[in-house]
Design a protein around this ligand. Sequence first.
Ligand code: NAD
Ligand code: UDP
Length: 337
Amino acid sequence: MAILVTGGAGYIGSHTVVELLNAEQQVIVLDNLSNANVNALKRIENITNKTCVFYQGSVLNKALLHKIFTDHQIESVIHFAGLKAVGESVNKPLQYYETNVTGTIILCQVMAEHGVKQLVFSSSATVYGVPDSLPIRENFTTGATNPYGQSKLMVEQLLTDLHIADKQWNIAVLRYFNPVGAHESGLIGEDPSDTPNNLMPYICQVAVGKLPELQIFGNDYLTPDGTGVRDYIHVVDLAQGHLKALQKLSTRPGIVTYNLGTGRGYSVIEIIKAFEQASGKQIPYRFSARRDGDLAAYFADSSLAYEELNWQPLHSLESMVESSWLWQSKNPNGYND
Ligand code: NAD
Ligand code: UDP
């Protein structure tokens, strides 16, 4: 029996494929490479000494999905494939809803037709919108402020309705906080195709001289040093969370939602200092205006995942910044090196 990983060549997907292969699972990857490089899959083979089957194509391609489910005995699906840039989603809402929502509908239709009803879905902490208090628990009110977040909420709703209609569906919705870091080999990592929007890849590119300086968006928040606080989680811990969620699906039927974060927030300044320490590089920065839509602080209560999945993040902040730097310094041009 195999596990289908959509978006498996991407940042979180590639790290999860490594953990699945290391756990002796058979893996099929479907990715249209719109935001990934096929070299990631070759590097996965180097890391694990194992291979996965790769299909280049879209989750919107129903015929291709049918072929994959016909050709392989698939028991469950981890669905990472999607578009994830918040700003871009505001300018391209149709593309975001089509890929993220229609893509999931088509995937679930084909799964149902082939009798495969175990699904792990990549959601995001962004579905909490502006939380009433911190840390954020799974039962907090949700709300979206942009098409990306809305698309994640729509998928969460459709998966809930799917389970109401057919109790055979077992679904884990994982709400990620801020994934950072890279595999300890330095062979796979985050490889943004454009100028990064997120803090860690931006710092990495400043460190290798591709970008001149970091702008810190706001230093007047009500946080200890005035800069934004986020819950950064090592991508390998996140990947492990998917394996734990898959195990859980076989024993706890239904639809379940888990936060995956560390429960500990770090400020922008703390991240810069930790990165400088790990890399020996100085990160030039200047303070600029707050970024639209940003909140002062955002971090998870992940105790539910700890209690029910027996999952907890094992990597420290030091390990997050060290591995980010190892990946970036070994591959200044990402997978094109
Ligand atoms: P990523 O862009 O690296 O990975 C997504 C992968 O999906 C890419 O490899 C891309 O080529 C592929 N893809 C896109 N459209 C596709 C399509 N139509 N058919 C097949 N493949 C397609 O992003 P990531 O950071 O690895 O994110 C994975 C998932 O996690 C996404 O659903 C994202 O929304 C979610 N998520 C990410 C973060 C984050 O900060 N990275 C946070 C919360 C949630
Ligand atoms: N940030 C920053 N400069 C950047 C990118 C991000 O100061 O170039 C800050 C941002 O304001 C937030 C934190 O870093 O406080 C994390 O931002 P990111 O975009 O990585 O994650 P998100 O805001 O989506 O949680």
